[in-house]
Design a protein around this ligand. Structure first.
Ligand code: TEU
Ligand code: CA
Length: 536
């Protein structure tokens, strides 16, 4: 892997909520163009934008009906080309989001398949009989019946997102052409949606249960990824595969440079430590022991085997981290900085999701009609069917719904947080009056300015970008400690995940403080305290 990915940070934009340039309440390409200088001010090199291609928006753009054209709601191809060129001038490049596991049911290919065209039926996964009782990711069955054809088709997500048949070489060629198309437009890299679900089991007659569980890291997944990457010549570009419920061994294979698959991948095990019985819509406080174990396994395991992690807390599918593992109240600032430090000092390429650098919080929606996401709405009804009261179901959504991270970016304390002149497509948390770019930009001690320092440190210190990683025992389950090493240097990172003073022991801390969120020396870790010390 080229060094540049190791010392770089990626910024993620959820286009619908980033910046609205024309007052329709929906973020757009020209909105992104107007904020490129802000993104540059963070010090990041790459910008991942969630899909803005033609789509009926059943899953907010993750249901693509035309991979080569822009959804008019977000702008035009000219806007897109200008956006790419303007970022380049500022020393940044875009990673576009390729949703290749499935298309929209409005895609030309699926329409032809439904019309009975055999060639296109073979682009998808049709069967005469339903092979198994699988459930889809947003609830409901994963196999749906098409009466006109007398056949069943597979969809791991919404029924409007039929899965592509990667076994068919024509499908693979079509998708390579999409990559070539965007590569020729000058994008710098790609993010691949649910990439480890593309290769389905040979025999689909499997027990009932979650469809994604049976389809992850399938038999030909590595072969397909390598083929996609090498045939399109994107080995030298930054690529990240979203790998749902993958294993460490597979992630090593996905990211070892000699395998010609991905530069890095996302795994989500650290974001399931507050799932009661492994269920996303069942609440439990985070299990810190489990959280630490996940990081030990993935940080050390990937490192020892020459793999490379994408490291992150937030994206457009996750609730806001400060509301989840931090504290929105008294220790809002301290906990947001601590959580940022924990991720940015790790071995891997850090991702910042829009608004995370401000300490943006969950949405605190109070009624179902404030939600937009297909998953939230489906699960509300599922929770009621399971016997929960309406207020219990709403409480679960308030903690787990993906809409929590999709509220408009908070730019200033003015109308609609400076996001739009018009009525916004999703509500804005009331705290935008104090949590916003303008206010934090002017405050040296803000979360925003702290994130800028974190990004800069990775560029300045090779021990952060290149060093080995090992977790340490701080004698306290609530305080996570790890060290990075390079040549004769040692970097120690301490993070208190609790709202109390915590005693630590056994970690030797002498040296220069590179960054921290409290001042003054001390013997105990204060609430959500973090400290990064460089020795040598
Ligand atoms: O997400 C896939 C995924 O596995 C999840 O994070 C998923 O949203 C979550 O498990 C649901 O609880 C990707 C995209 O990031 C997501 O926005 C899309 O909805 C999904 O794929 C389908 O394309
Ligand atoms: Ca708009």
């Amino acid at each position: 892997m080229l060094d540049k990915y190791k010392s770089s940070t990626v910024y993620q934009i959820y286009i619908k909520s980033f910046c609205d340039s024309n007052g329709d309440g929906i973020g757009d390409l020209n909105g992104i163009r107007s904020k490129l200088k802000y993104i540059q001010s963070l010090g990041v090199k790459y910008i991942w934008v969630t899909p803005f291609f033609c789509s009926p928006m059943v899953d907010n753009g993750y249901d693509v009906s035309d991979y080569r054209n822009i959804n008019p709601m977000f702008g035009t191809m000219e806007d897109c080309e200008a956006m790419i060129a303007e970022a380049k001038e500022l020393g940044m490049s875009f990673m576009f989001d390729m949703v290749f596991n499935h298309t929209s049911n409005q895609h030309e290919w699926f329409k032809r398949a439904l019309a009975g065209d055999e060639e296109y039926m073979n682009y998808y996964i049709f069967r005469d009989e339903k092979p198994a009782d699988w459930t889809a990711s947003f609830g409901g069955p994963a196999w749906d019946y098409v009466p006109e054809l007398g056949k069943w088709y597979l969809h791991l997500f919404a029924p409007e997102q039929p899965d592509l048949n990667w076994e068919n070489p024509k499908v693979r060629e079509e998708l390579k052409d999409v990559i070539r198309f965007w590569k020729a437009k000058g994008v710098g890299g790609f993010r691949f949606d649910v990439l480890n679900l593309i290769s389905k089991p040979d025999d689909l007659h499997l027990p009932s249960g979650s469809a994604t569980r049976f389809c992850k890291d399938g038999p030909r997944v590595h072969e397909y990824i390598r083929e996609l990457v090498t045939d399109t010549g994107i080995e030298d570009m930054i690529t990240v595969g979203e790998m749902a419920s993958t294993t460490l061994d597979n992630s090593i294979r996905y990211t070892r440079p000699e395998n010609h698959e991905m530069s890095m991948c996302f795994s989500f095990h650290h974001l399931k430590v507050d799932f009661k019985n492994g269920e996303k819509f069942s609440l439990m406080p985070p299990d810190l022991k489990m959280l630490r174990n996940v990081f030990v396994e993935w940080q050390e395991g990937m490192s020892n085997a020459g793999g490379w992690n994408a490291v992150f807390w937030c994206n457009h599918d996750q609730p806001r981290i400060v509301s989840r593992f931090g504290d929105e109240g008294q220790y809002w600032k301290e906990s947001a900085k601590m959580l940022g430090t924990f991720v940015h000092m790790l071995r891997g390429t850090p991702y910042i999701y829009q608004g995370e650098e401000l300490g943006m919080t969950n949405a605190h929606f109070k009624s179902l009609d404030e939600y937009d996401d297909v998953e939230a709405i489906n699960y509300y009804h599922i929770l009621l069917e399971r016997g929960n009261s309406e207020s219990e179901a709403l409480n679960v959504l308030a903690n787990r719904a993906r809409d929590n991270s999709r509220t408009p970016m908070q730019w200033n304390s003015g109308k609609n947080a400076g996001f739009s002149e018009g009525k916004t497509w999703l509500g804005i948390p009331e705290n935008y009056k104090s949590i916003n770019v303008e206010t934090e930009d002017a405050d040296d001690d803000s979360i925003l300015n702290y994130y800028r320092k974190l990004v800069q440190l990775r560029k300045d210190y090779r021990i952060i970008s290149e060093g080995s990683v090992k977790f340490l025992d701080a004698g306290n389950e609530k305080v996570f400690a790890y060290e990075r090493r390079l040549d004769n240097q040692r970097l120690v990172v301490l993070c208190n995940f609790s709202s109390e003073d915590e005693k630590i022991s056994g970690v030797d801390i002498k040296g220069e403080v590179l960054i921290g969120n409290y001042s003054g020396s001390h013997k105990i870790m204060r609430p959500y305290e973090t400290l990064v010390i460089l020795e040598g």
